[in-house]
Design a binder for this molecule. Structure first.
Ligand code: ASP
Ligand code: MG
Length: 419
């Protein structure tokens, strides 16, 4: 069996969903399809949630009505009758409305998963039904019943053993050759919905591949494959046809938007190749991530991560920065789910570069009990793999560099535009 994953950008329109049909009709293997929420639905559901948490129920319902309208317009282009659209959408949106009307927004993370997870429920219902109208028989699965996670809401960890048992029971390729399930969502053992972290659908695809012993996992994306840089930021980009798992982890961790960083482990563990292929030109090969490659990457790879914060911590009692304070400081950051993308330490201070998330102020506040804390917002972190002086000069021109690091293969610059 193989796994195909279609992301939000691919399924943001009726045209995209029709394109899935042309891709899937060419598949001869047994297939598990993983789908994200359509377009910017997850962001829209986050707005619904924010209103709900502030007890602004009318605003939450109005925002939800926009989400419904967006999906209705897509359905109108896919299904011949309005009746079919109603059959799909009304039960789901009725359930969400009831949750909003009757619920009390007391726990942000838990409500996040309860409400935002519907984005994927809606998209998979629409796509599964549309495939059936196109004579592609498939079975819709509710991953909130199959992928069992802990209760770390918004960034839940999957219980692989339990999920394997569930999924193997639910998937029988003698009965259906195609199954359709949601990316990004699962549930804890009590059945409370959970999510796996933003952009987590890639991770689901990898986990499903691992649990069902897939021959390969393919992520269909609106890019030609994995490029050596983001074409929206850097010019003259080149396709990288082959990467090792280690390359991919390194790039994803540095902030390359290719795949979710957690995606690689479940694949590496079972030696399953991951293809990243162009959704609109499926005849092209794209890129493959696997254990052994024949051509190593011989061009510089550039990754720019924006909205970074440089935080410097100096122990208030003038103790040296040793293992104790390191593990304490990282414990605090970890507790508040702050992702650290670079570390530098000296005798009396630790500096970390972190993502700017909603929990950062609380974390900094807690750290200020033991450290004097200084920080700079709005920085860019540039990672160059296979760096050379010329690329560095070009990419850091007009930038003020606050911190730089060089290892044998990698150069990193924390920087901002010169004033
Ligand atoms: N829909 C989720 C998100 O936008 C998961 C995903 O797209 O992978 O974060
Ligand atoms: Mg998405």
């Amino acid at each position: 069996m193989i796994v195909y994953k279609f992301g939000g950008a691919s399924v943001r329109s009726a045209e995209g969903i029709k394109n899935i049909v042309s891709i899937v009709s060419n598949v001869v293997d047994n297939l598990f399809i993983v789908v994200s929420a359509m377009g910017k639905t997850t962001n829209a559901m986050e707005r619904v949630l924010d209103y709900f948490m502030q007890a602004k129920k009318d605003e939450a319902l109005a925002q939800l009505a926009d989400v419904e309208q967006f999906h209705r317009e897509i359905c109108n282009q896919l299904f011949v009758t309005e009746k079919k659209t109603d059959e799909i959408l009304i039960p789901i949106f009725t359930e969400i409305k009831e949750l909003i009307i009757n619920g009390i927004g007391n726990d942000y993370d838990r409500w996040y998963d309860r409400l935002v997870s519907f984005g994927e429920i809606i998209s998979t219902k629409i796509i599964s039904n549309y495939l059936i109208t196109q004579n592609i028989d498939n079975k819709w699965l509710d991953m909130r019943k199959l992928l069992i996670t802990d209760s770390n809401f918004r960034e839940a960890n999957i219980n692989m053993e339990q999920s394997r048992i569930n999924l193997k029971k639910a998937v029988d390729f003698q009965q259906y050759t195609i199954y359709t399930g949601q990316g990004f969502i699962g549930a804890n053992h009590k059945g409370d919905p959970t999510t796996l972290g933003r952009e987590g659908s890639d991770y689901t695809a990898a986990v499903v591949g691992n649990l069902l012993d897939a021959q390969s996992v393919t992520i269909w994306k609106d890019v030609p494959g994995i490029l050596n840089a983001d074409p929206r930021i850097f010019s003259n980009t080149v396709l990288i046809p082959e990467l090792t798992y280690a390359d991919a982890v390194e790039l994803a961790y540095s902030g390359a938007q290719i795949i979710h960083p957690k995606t690689i482990k479940p694949l590496e563990n079972e030696n399953i190749p991951l293809y990243v292929r162009p959704f609109y030109t499926p005849e092209q090969f794209g890129s493959v991530i696997k254990r052994q490659i024949t051509h190593s990457i011989d061009i510089p790879v550039l990754i720019l991560r924006v909205n970074q914060v440089l935080v410097s911590l100096r122990p208030r009692d003038f103790s040296f920065v040793l293992e104790d304070s390191l593990s304490h400081a990282f414990g605090v950051l970890n507790k508040h789910r702050i992702k650290v993308s670079l570390i530098q330490s000296s005798a009396v201070s630790i500096s970390v570069c972190v993502d700017n998330t909603r929990y950062l102020p609380v974390a900094l506040d807690e750290l200020s009990n033991d450290y004097s804390v200084t920080y700079n917002y709005n920085l860019e972190l540039l990672t160059i793999r296979g760096s050379n002086a010329q690329v560095e000069a070009e990419t850091t021109a007009n930038r003020e560099i606050l911190l730089s690091q060089h290892t044998r293969r990698i150069a990193r610059f924390l920087m901002r535009e010169k004033k």
